[in-house]
Design a protein around this ligand. Structure first.
Ligand SMILES: CC(C)(COP(=O)(O)OP(=O)(O)OC[C@H]1O[C@@H](n2cnc3c(N)ncnc32)[C@H](O)[C@@H]1OP(=O)(O)O)[C@@H](O)C(=O)NCCC(=O)NCCS
Length: 170
């Protein structure tokens, strides 16, 4: 999968074909970098998933990936880089497309993007999906052990409830 190349269809995912191993994903799904014009639909998807969207800005979108089926935005994931670490955030899959492996696919794509950005550790906060992320190799970490940059992020400092679980990989 070559994110830099722009649009990449599931059918032509090439080296990213392992991301589609479930075989249940519609082949027409296009995974691409989010652009300014996606902001409204992307925020709508986050709202529907009960995830915060108030700090998603056009500038931040440069590290967001979206999945499209036809013209519809059906999935999103974002990275918030801080030097060599990043916060993985805003993972949402439209309800009618959940359960077929697209969430996993988005996480793998974000990890690939993080590797390209020389990110060494990925952190995330979740209230609902810790088991999901555990299966993808993330482990729980005490919140006070997060790097300062992650602690200072808007998500960590104010948007995510203090009950949210902090996880990291590797
Ligand atoms: C969490 C979410 C992104 C998963 O997307 P998805 O496309 O349905 O997930 P997948 O189909 O890739 O699921 C992969 C596996 O994880 C499991 N899974 C999905 N959501 C899960 C959850 N919240 N907790 C535990 N396991 C979960 C699936 O059952 C599936 O299991 P299987 O491989 O045994 O079949 C989606 O449910 C969603 O948008 N939730 C609301 C927003 C949210 O909670 N985001 C994460 C916090 S940042």
């Amino acid at each position: 999968m070559r994110l830099r190349a722009g649009r990449v269809t599931g059918a032509k995912a090439g080296s990213g074909s392992a991301l589609l191993e479930s075989g249940h994903l519609p082949r027409q799904i296009v995974l691409e970098r989010a652009q300014s014009r996606d902001l409204a639909a992307l925020c709508q998807l986050l709202k529907l998933a009960s995830l915060p969207d108030e700090d998603v800005t056009e500038e931040r979108l440069q590290h967001f990936l979206i999945g499209r089926l036809d013209t519809r935005l059906i999935g999103v994931i974002g990275l918030e880089p801080y030097q060599d670490v990043a916060l993985l955030r805003s993972l949402a899959v439209a309800r009618e497309h959940s359960g077929v492996g697209f969430g996993k696919h988005l996480v793998a794509a974000a990890e690939k993007l993080a590797a390209e950005m020389k990110i060494t550790s990925i952190y995330l906060l979740t209230t609902t999906a810790d088991r999901f992320f555990e299966r993808l190799g993330f482990r729980r970490l005490q919140r006070d052990l997060a790097p300062l940059a992650i602690k200072s992020s808007h998500q960590f400092a104010s948007l995510c409830p203090t009950s949210a679980v902090l996880m990291v990989k590797p």
